[in-house]
Design a protein around this ligand. Structure first.
Ligand code: SAM
Length: 279
């Protein structure tokens, strides 16, 4: 049974890191004209109301996107600008953010004619709101398991591929399943760019994903992590992204972006970046 609802977490520090990496990969890939197939294996419901009861119950966005928004005029890396521009237009120029885009909305915002976007979502209620939004946004929605669905769709018709794999990890097996799926997907489309999000937990459960990816034969895997300066005693203490086949120069540009989140006066975290598997 699926109980995770992203509305409780939308816009938190992990979303900031994840959507920064996703936006940067998209923008960099689109510097070439060739069409892209985009897959979002665990899509959620596309647009989140940051003023909703669910969002306010955890108030996680306060230390994430609300903080980043308050700093937007001081951000030095130009790579924050596409994110800031989408937030600004979604919130119709309002001073405070009330709406936050989930991953399918980030993908759709940058989609060009000829690109395709496929979003998988298994939760019935989330799938329904995703579908309603997708009809206005040229996004194909599949109410099926995203890992199996991705494999069925590879290789894509378009010359290039961008995939976001962002499970809720409600089931411990998911860490291993993600590594296995990546290995199979990579065999079907070796030049694809794959972004995989994972939580950094005090239990260390994420290690099976990292070890699985490290040993599955896939090459060129970048590992980006942000760690909270004041972590809880138990649970999620940081957020990680593995990026397979990042565009050339992506590592430095993402590193520059995430360095701006460091320090108590910023987002209260420290960022690191290294190659898990080199070329
Ligand atoms: N990617 C979204 C974003 O960045 O805005 C957040 C996604 S949330 C972390 C994970 C989503 O995956 C939830 O909405 C959950 O219902 C859905 N989900 C869980 N298991 C799934 C599966 N096997 N296939 C597809 N979706 C699944």
């Amino acid at each position: 049974m699926l109980s995770y609802l992203h509305a409780f977490h939308a816009g938190n520090f992990a979303d900031v890191q994840k959507h920064a990496a996703l936006t940067l990969a998209l923008v960099m890939m689109q510097s070439k004209k060739t069409a892209m197939a985009c897959f979002d294996t665990h899509a959620g419901s596309a647009i989140y109301d940051l003023t909703s009861e669910r969002a306010r119950k955890t108030a996680e966005a306060d230390a994430g996107i609300h903080r980043l928004w308050s700093l937007r005029e001081t951000l030095k890396s130009p790579d924050w600008q596409p994110m800031v521009a989408l937030l600004d237009s979604l919130n119709e120029g309002a001073e405070a953010l009330s709406l936050y885009p989930g991953s399918p909305a980030w993908l759709a915002n940058f989609g060009r004619p000829g690109d395709s976007i496929t979003a998988f979502e298994l939760h019935p209620a989330e799938g329904k709101s995703l579908q309603a939004w997708a009809e206005q946004n040229s996004v194909r929605v599949q109410n099926e398991d995203g890992l199996k669905g991705l494999l069925k769709n590879l290789p894509p018709a378009q010359p290039r591929l961008l995939t976001l794999i962002d499970p809720s990890y409600e089931v411990k097996d998911e860490y291993g399943q993600v590594a296995n799926t990546l290995a199979q997907a990579w065999k079907k489309c070796r030049h694809g760019v794959y972004l995989i999000w994972y939580p950094i937990l005090t239990s260390g459960l994420q290690q099976s994903l990292i070890a699985g990816v490290e040993s599955c034969g896939v090459r060129k895997v970048l590992r980006s992590e942000v760690m909270l300066d004041q972590p809880p005693e138990r649970g999620m203490v940081g957020s990680g992204m593995l990026v397979v086949n990042p565009p050339w120069g992506f590592d430095q540009r993402l590193s520059d972006m995430l360095a701006e989140l460091e320090g108590e006066a910023r987002l209260g975290m420290s960022a690191s970046l290294s190659w898990l598997v080199p070329e």
